[in-house]
Design a protein. Structure first.
Length: 278
């Protein structure tokens, strides 16, 4: 495998079982619903979530995943990150992808903020020595101060989010996987997050970013993969990918034309036409 190729996806797909209650006439047999609950008698069908996804991520490249809600963007990211395994095709990884999603879940409510840092660090694959070295920076970045020794369940929503973001952004990933750009907190904290995110992106060998923000994708990414109904329908330069998406998949609304009614211009009484964004 070419050492410059970080991720090589070859016609990968992902299917999952969907369980549906067996058909019944509830009015004639209302107990059948309760019976199915206890006996787990459900019809099962296989649903294809992703089909035939093919792309290559090389060192230094930044790939935008573009598509409407439900197109399969998040599922593809989790497939690359190892949360799911492909059910067909071949996914070759010459890197260690790190997904920065679901960062605010999985905290122990009764444990202190400090204890949660240790627990999350171990979950991220860090050794105790590395976690201890990162703690001062995490505490400082989060702004929690002495609150770091208080139980997590006493934190406000803002404090919880600041701690979660600070832990997630404390490790430089090899290849970053982002389901939308991370944003949190007030303006001051958001500025810190943006600066740290830019630093991590610059330090990573590769990036895969799913977002609806065209300006962000244009600024950050080099290539684009357009998805529709679990399939890759376009793969190329990010500008061309966005053009394809807004032309074929999700056209931008055209400027609405408004007729300026009966506006007198001098003695002619001519009407002027103005246009504005819909």
């Amino acid at each position: 495998m070419d050492p410059l190729v970080l991720i090589d996806a070859r016609h990968i797909g992902f299917s999952m079982p969907v369980y549906l209650p067996q058909e019944r006439n509830i009015m004639s047999n209302p107990m059948s619903l309760l019976s199915d609950f206890y006996t787990n008698q459900h019809a099962r069908r296989i649903r294809e979530v992703l089909t035939g996804i093919t792309f290559t991520l090389r060192a230094g490249e930044r790939l935008a995943i573009i598509g409407q809600n439900g197109a399969g963007k998040s599922t593809l990211l989790r497939l690359i990150g190892g949360v799911y395994q492909p059910t067909c095709g071949e996914l070759i990884l010459n890197c260690r992808p790190k997904g920065l999603f679901d960062i605010a879940t999985g905290f122990l409510q009764e444990a202190t903020g400090l204890e949660n840092i240790y627990l999350r660090g171990l979950e991220m694959g860090l050794i105790m020595k590395d976690i201890r070295e990162k703690i001062p920076g995490i505490v400082d970045f989060s702004g929690l101060g002495e609150n770091i020794d208080k139980p997590f369940n006493t934190y406000s929503a803002g404090m919880r989010l600041r701690l979660a973001v600070s832990i997630a952004l404390s490790v430089q990933p090899d290849v970053m996987l982002l389901d939308e750009w991370i944003g949190a907190g007030d303006a001051t904290f958001q500025n810190k997050v943006t600066a740290r995110m830019n630093s991590l992106v610059d330090g990573a060998r590769g990036l895969i970013l799913a977002s609806h923000n065209d300006a962000l994708l244009t600024r950050v990414c080099t290539h684009g993969l357009v998805m529709s109904q679990g399939r890759c329908v376009f793969y190329g330069a990010v500008g061309e990918a966005l053009d394809y998406y807004h032309t074929r998949i999700h056209p931008k609304p055209k400027a609405a034309q408004h007729l300026k009614s009966n506006t007198a211009l001098g003695s002619t009484g001519a009407a002027g036409e103005i246009s504005g964004k819909a």
